[in-house]
Design a binder for this molecule. Structure first.
Ligand SMILES: [Zn+2]
Length: 239
């Protein structure tokens, strides 16, 4: 079968869409996590492992895992530690721009190529193949090209890491924006061929390795409070 990244005919292996390290805080003691849905047609259920599909060859999967390993380290060692300092936003520096940006791109791209219903809210259209080429050639592009605005989510002096939201697509100031919540952060990608004019470009990771990261209390986050209300209305909130 054809590998979705290198497009060569190869044996495909089981690949995660959202990397497994993002799920590690979700598992309960039985190594299961809860999948909540606001849809009346879909029941809540538990899963043993993150969602996977046969999308990539072994070489491409290993290639992407380099960026995942780096991102996991930045999230664990830099982002989580800094959230509780007095500043808001925090500014991280010294991030390897190509490595972290390629990780961000791979998250967005994998969700778009996935056939799993969980990722049906992310469809990149003509941008999908442009991002595939960027990832394949280790080209992170300019900061505004598929730039990602990250925002930390805090509750009761803890990062809200036990939560992954079904990603979706909205419009912000007329721009297409794809949203994920994972690893205690909202990740909002601006997907547009005129993204250089987007007002929030200074919040994207830049080529000098600076990342401005605001954080917010979960209850005050419109997205999360709206979701809690929808789950409650659907009778599916787990207490
Ligand atoms: Zn491949």
């Amino acid at each position: 079968m054809k590998c979705s990244l290198c497009l060569q005919e190869k044996k495909l292996i089981k690949s995660h869409i959202i990397p497994e390290f993002c799920f590690k805080h979700l598992y309960d003691q039985g190594h299961k996590y809860h999948n909540l849905s606001t849809s009346m047609d879909e029941n809540n259920f538990t899963r043993q492992k993150g969602i996977w599909e046969r999308l990539l060859c072994l070489e491409c999967d290993q290639y992407l895992s380099r960026f995942e390993t780096y991102a996991a380290k930045i999230i664990d060692e830099d982002i989580y530690r800094r959230f509780f300092c007095s500043e808001n936003p925090i500014t991280l520096s010294g991030i390897d721009y190509p490595k972290f940006k390629i990780f961000q791109l791979s998250l967005l791209w994998r969700a778009s190529i996935s056939k799993n219903q969980f990722y049906s809210g992310i469809r990149l259209g003509p941008h999908e193949d442009k991002i595939r080429e960027m990832i394949l050639h280790e080209n992170p592009g300019k900061p505004h090209e598929y730039g990602c605005h990250m925002q930390g989510i805090i509750e009761k002096s803890k990062v809200v890491r036990e939560f992954i939201l079904k990603p979706d697509t909205i419009r912000i100031d007329g721009y297409k924006a794809c949203r994920f919540i994972l690893c205690g952060c909202l990740w909002g990608f601006v997907v547009s061929s005129r993204s250089q004019f987007f007002k929030g470009c200074d919040l994207f990771l830049n080529e000098s390795g600076h990342l401005v990261l605001p954080w917010e209390i979960a209850k005050k986050t419109n997205l999360l409070s709206g979701l809690a209300l929808e789950l409650s209305n659907a009778g599916k909130l787990i207490y």
